[in-house]
Write a protein that binds this ligand. Structure first.
Ligand code: ADP
Ligand code: MG
Length: 231
């Protein structure tokens, strides 16, 4: 069985439709979608060890099937710079989760590289009852949430179509560079869209996928948060 199918089978066995962020990111990696480096710790000492391996600054987040919106419940701590801060963050995250939902099953705390801030984009997929797997693209924050500046295409998409998705949103102007900001790596976005297209076509059991945000740099891109929901 492929690694992706194994992850899906494990989720099913545990009667979950929502993959953990770490599982969703592993699925992404299998398709060459760039994600932040991560390791899941189950105690403070391990968290510090992993932080040193990955290199400060790091981000720590709750790994729990019962927590979907992690920052809403104090499950995310960013910009951790020292072993002491890592230990404190580990305690704080578990504390916050236990306060919000004492019954939450906790798999651990993921330690991940902190992606430097940059232009944020969103790559999504949704299985439309009529059109099947459909891809979504937009820029993060107000562009998607308030201006609804997003575009959709039915999967599978060609490279040409992926490029069109990126260039047809209004906020594309920001990706091209403005006020001395360097242009964003459009090819890295195109690659991510194509990989996502292949992923959802090869796995029709994916009902929803959300890479949000993906940080795009002058060179390369990095997925900071990933969600996958199975049918
Ligand atoms: P959720 O959406 O479940 O609340 P996220 O994983 O998206 O949790 O984390 C919340 C926010 O924290 C992100 O939108 C991003 O701004 C920041 N963040 C999370 N992980 C990282 C990371 N590895 N590097 C940089 N920023 C991060
Ligand atoms: Mg998120």
């Amino acid at each position: 069985m492929s690694k992706v199918s194994e992850i899906f089978a494990q989720a099913r066995k545990e009667k979950r439709n929502n993959l953990l962020e770490t599982e969703a990111k592993t699925v992404c990696m299998e398709y060459g979608i760039p994600v932040t480096k991560f390791m899941t710790a189950t105690n403070e000492e391990e968290a510090v060890k992993f932080a040193e391996k990955i290199g400060y600054p790091i981000v720590m987040k709750i790994v729990s099937p019962d927590v979907v919106h992690k920052s809403d419940v104090g499950g995310v701590v960013v910009n951790i710079k020292t072993p002491q801060e890592a230990k404190n963050a580990y305690k704080k995250i578990l504390d916050n989760i236990k306060k919000h939902n004492p019954k939450a099953q906790i798999k651990g705390v993921v330690v991940q590289e902190m992606a430097p801030p940059s232009t944020e984009v969103i790559v999504g997929a949704i299985k439309d009852p009529q059109f099947g797997q459909t891809l979504m693209f937009g820029l993060g924050g107000i562009f998607v949430e308030i201006l609804k500046d997003v575009t959709f295409k039915i999967a599978p998409i060609t490279e040409q179509e992926a490029r069109e998705m990126v260039t047809e949103v209004k906020a594309y102007l920001l990706l091209r560079g403005y006020r001395g900001q360097p242009p964003a790596d459009i090819n890295a976005i195109v690659k991510t869209l194509l990989a996502t297209s292949q992923l959802v076509m090869e796995h029709p059991e994916i009902k929803e996928l959300d890479l949000n945000p993906v940080m795009v740099y002058e060179k390369g891109a990095k997925t900071v948060d990933a969600r996958i929901i199975l049918e």
